[in-house]
Write a protein of this length. Structure first.
Length: 198
């Protein structure tokens, strides 16, 4: 009788050990699968953000070194390429987003460079790519959106020296500014680019 009980106990112990071994094997297999899953490497390409303004890579710069040379629109009353009261002109900004993998908005703030800038010099309109039409500038700010990898977006900014009754300077101060050279026609363009959120 005691032999039969011992055999039964041995069988129970063997079944228990076998159960433990099966459990350990299954746990290791499940853990190995989990570890294998957890170590999978996902390759993602990081978006490029290389933008040029007038052929100068902006990178992390706060100031661009390029000076934009404006064009003065010729007329019958003023010598070519000379700015005078009533003169109109423009300058172009070329934004190259060929190497920008994300779309972005741009804000161009145009203002007089300093206190010596001609008081009646004003930015009045702009056009983008199609120079046959223009849009009025409000508060000296020009905005737009550029799609990723766009080779070139040309923004033409129009300025004029007011001489139409809304001007602040009179004929004497206009002449003094021209003769003494104490005034300049410098405009500061500040760019702010922001990634478009998905």
């Amino acid at each position: 009788m005691s032999t039969h009980a011992e055999d039964t106990n041995k069988k129970r112990i063997l079944v228990f050990i076998l159960f433990c071994l099966v459990f350990v094997f299954l746990f290791q297999e499940a853990y190995a699968k989990y570890r294998k899953y957890a170590s999978v490497q996902v390759d993602n390409t990081v978006a490029k953000w290389n933008i040029k303004i007038n052929n100068e890579l902006i990178g992390n710069k706060t100031t661009l070194t390029n000076h934009i040379i404006p064009t003065v629109v010729n007329n019958n009353y003023v010598k070519n390429d000379v700015l005078a009261p009533g003169s109109l002109g423009y300058f172009d900004v070329d934004i190259d987003a060929t190497d920008a993998d994300v779309s972005f908005t741009y804000e161009i703030n145009v203002a007089k460079y300093d206190i010596y800038t001609i008081e009646d010099l004003t930015i009045y309109a702009y056009s983008v790519d199609d120079f046959s039409t223009s849009t009025s500038v409000t508060n000296n700010i020009i905005t737009g959106t550029i799609q990723h990898n766009t080779a070139s977006t040309k923004v033409r900014i129009y300025y004029k020296w007011l001489d139409d009754g809304t001007d602040v300077m009179n004929n004497q101060t206009d002449t003094t500014a021209a003769i003494t050279g104490t005034s300049n026609a410098d405009i500061l363009a500040t760019f702010h680019l922001t990634q478009v959120q998905n």
